[in-house]
Design a protein around this ligand. Structure first.
Ligand SMILES: Nc1ncnc2c1ncn2[C@@H]1O[C@H](COP(=O)(O)OP(=O)(O)OP(=O)(O)O)[C@@H](O)[C@H]1O
Length: 467
C-alpha cells in the first residue's frame, strides 16, 4: 500500500531536511511558501498537512501562515492541518484552532510529539473518509428478509438487531403489512432463542370463545368436545418466542390472564388448576393506538406497561417512498422467477403511479399487486394498468401545508429520477437538472439512499428471493 502523503509547508530548509527523515511512514511533500503549497496540494491531494505560521513574505508574522491554512481548508475540508509556531505563541495557536486547524505544535518541535499528532490526524482523516463513503453507499439492511434503503426503516432494523439479544418484551407498532411479523421473526432468529420455536398467533383472527384455549390450552373435559388435554400456543413456544399479533384486539378477560402470565410466567390451562410454568419471550404487535385505548379503558394500562418496555415504530410504506421502486423490483424479480416470466421492469408511468399511490396495505399490498401484474403483463414492461393503479390516482389525504407539499414533491421527484436512472446518481442528477453534490445534499435531507440496479436495457435476471 502506498504511504499517505504529508504536505509540509516550511521555509526553513534545515527543518525541511529533518522532517524528510523524521517521518518514514509518510511520503513527505515539501513546499516553502503558500503558492507552492497550493500547487502541490492541488496536484498531489495530500492526506494531511503541517504548516509553519511564519512563512515568506511575512516570515516574522503569521499572515501568510493563516492564509495558507485558509487556502488548504478551502481546497479540502477533510484534510487535517497541523500548525507549527514559535514557543509561547498560544494566542495564534488558539486562533488557528478556531479557524479550522486540527492541532498545533510549538517550535522547536519535539519530533516524537509531532509524529503522534500527525498519526492521530491521519487516523481522523481515515475515519472521516470512511464515514463519508458509508453515507454515500447504499447500506444493506442488517435483516435478511427486510429489503429497504430507507434511513428510518434501516434505523428500525438496527434497533431490532440490538433488541434480538435481550429478553425483554417488544411491542411493534405499525400499519397492517408494514413488516411487523417479519421483524418479530428477525427478533427471534437473530437472538439466543433462534433454535427454539417461534409461535405466532393473530388475536383478531380467532373467535373470542376459542382464543383462551388456543393461547393457553385446555384440560380434558374442560368443555364439550375437549376430549384430550391440549397444549396452547404459549406452551408450544416454551424456550422460544411468542408473537401476539393484533394484541389490541385481545378481549378484556384474556388481557387479565395474559398480564398474570407476563408477571410470573405461569398460567393454568382452561379447566385446569395446576400452574404451568414456561419460559417464553413475548413480542407483540398492533396497528391500534394502544395508549389511547388504555386511556379510554379499552385496553389495560398495566398490560400495556408489561408489553412495551421496548417499542418499535415501523413506518408505513408511503413514508419511505424510496423503498417503493426498490421493493417493486425485488418482488418483480421474485415473481418473474417463480412464474418463469421474462420481464424487463416497470414502465416509467407505472413507477410514477406506484410513487403516487398511498399503499394502505403497505408492503403486503405492493407484493400482491406486483405478483398479479407479473401474471397479467402482456409486454416486457409492467404497466400501471397491470398493477391496477390508475396513473396519477394517488393521494387521498389532502395536505395543504405548502412547505410539506414542496418537500413531498421534491422527495417524490428525486425518488422518480433515481428509479428511472436505476440508482445512477450522475444520471439522476442530469435528469433533475442539478449537480451531483446538490443531489447528495438532497438525498441526505430526505433520508433517501440510492439503490444500485442493473442497466435498464437488460432484462431483469430472475433471482430467487432471500428466505
Ligand atoms: N421490507 C420488506 N422487505 C421484504 N418483504 C417485506 C418487507 N416488509 C414486509 N414484507 C413482506 O410483506 C408481507 C407483510 O408483512 P408482515 O406480515 O410482516 O406485516 P405486518 O405488519 O405483520 O402485517 P399485519 O399487521 O397485517 O399482520 C410479508 O410477506 C413480509 O414478508
Amino acid at each position: 500500500m502506498s504511504k499517505p502523503k504529508l504536505l509540509v509547508v516550511e521555509d526553513d530548509l534545515g527543518l525541511c531536511a529533518q522532517y524528510r527523515w523524521a517521518f518514514p511512514n509518510y511520503r513527505v511533500l515539501l513546499a516553502h511558501d503558500r503558492r507552492q503549497a497550493e500547487t502541490t496540494a492541488r496536484r498531489e491531494q495530500p492526506a494531511i498537512a503541517l504548516v509553519d505560521l511564519g512563512l515568506p513574505p511575512d516570515p516574522e508574522g503569521v499572515s501568510e501562515g493563516f492564509a495558507t491554512l485558509a487556502m488548504l481548508r478551502a481546497l479540502s475540508a477533510n484534510m487535517p492541518v497541523v500548525v507549527a509556531s514559535g514557543q509561547g505563541d498560544r494566542e495564534n495557536m488558539l486562533r488557528a484552532l478556531r479557524v479550522g486547524a486540527y492541532d498545533f505544535c510549538e517550535k522547536p518541535v519535539d519530533l516524537d510529539v509531532l509524529r503522534t499528532i500527525l498519526d492521530r490526524a491521519l487516523r481522523l482523516r481515515e475515519l472521516e473518509d470512511e464515514n463519508q463513503r458509508l453515507a454515500a453507499a447504499p447500506r444493506p439492511s442488517p435483516i435478511a428478509n427486510i429489503i429497504t434503503a430507507d434511513e428510518g426503516m434501516l434505523r428500525v432494523c438496527r434497533m431490532v438487531e440490538r433488541l434480538a439479544t435481550v429478553n425483554a418484551p417488544v411491542l411493534l407498532l405499525g400499519e397492517s403489512g408494514t413488516g411487523k411479523e417479519a421483524l418479530a421473526r428477525a427478533l427471534h432468529d437473530m437472538g439466543p432463542r433462534a433454535a427454539r420455536p417461534f409461535i405466532a398467533i393473530n388475536c383478531a383472527a380467532i373467535p373470542e370463545a376459542l382464543l383462551e384455549s388456543e393461547l393457553f390450552g385446555h384440560e380434558r373435559g374442560a368443555f364439550t368436545g375437549a376430549v384430550k388435554q391440549t397444549t396452547g400456543r404459549v406452551e408450544q413456544a416454551h424456550g422460544g418466542t411468542l408473537f401476539l399479533d393484533e394484541v389490541g384486539d385481545l378481549p378484556q378477560g384474556l388481557q387479565a390472564k395474559l398480564l398474570r402470565f407476563l408477571q410470573d410466567q405461569t398460567f393454568e390451562r382452561v379447566g385446569g388448576r395446576v400452574p404451568v410454568r414456561v419460559d417464553v419471550r413475548v413480542v407483540s404487535a398492533t396497528n391500534q393506538p394502544l395508549e389511547a385505548q388504555a386511556g379510554a379503558g379499552k385496553f389495560r394500562g398495566d398490560l400495556l406497561f408489561r408489553l412495551n418496555p421496548m417499542t418499535v415504530r415501523v413506518p408505513p410504506l408511503r413514508e419511505r417512498s424510496g423503498d417503493i421502486p426498490l421493493l417493486g423490483r425485488w418482488f418483480l424479480a421474485r415473481y418473474a422467477h417463480e412464474f418463469q416470466r421474462r420481464l424487463r421492469g416497470f414502465e416509467d408511468a407505472a413507477l410514477d403511479a406506484m410513487l403516487e399511490y398511498q399503499w394502505p396495505g403497505n408492503v403486503r399490498e405492493l407484493g400482491n399487486r406486483v405478483q398479479r401484474a407479473v401474471l397479467m403483463a402482456a409486454g416486457p414492461l409492467i404497466t400501471a394498468a397491470d398493477l391496477e393503479l390508475a396513473p396519477g390516482s394517488g393521494g387521498e389525504a389532502e395536505n395543504l401545508d405548502i412547505r410539506a407539499a414542496r418537500a413531498r414533491a421534491e422527495r417524490e421527484t428525486i425518488s422518480r429520477a433515481l428509479a428511472r436512472s436505476h440508482g445512477s446518481l450522475s444520471n439522476a442528477a442530469r435528469v433533475l437538472g442539478i449537480s451531483r453534490p446538490t443531489l447528495y445534499g438532497l438525498l441526505a435531507t430526505h433520508g433517501l439512499t440510492p439503490e444500485r440496479e442493473p442497466a435498464d436495457d437488460k432484462p431483469l435476471e430472475p433471482k430467487p428471493p432471500k428466505s
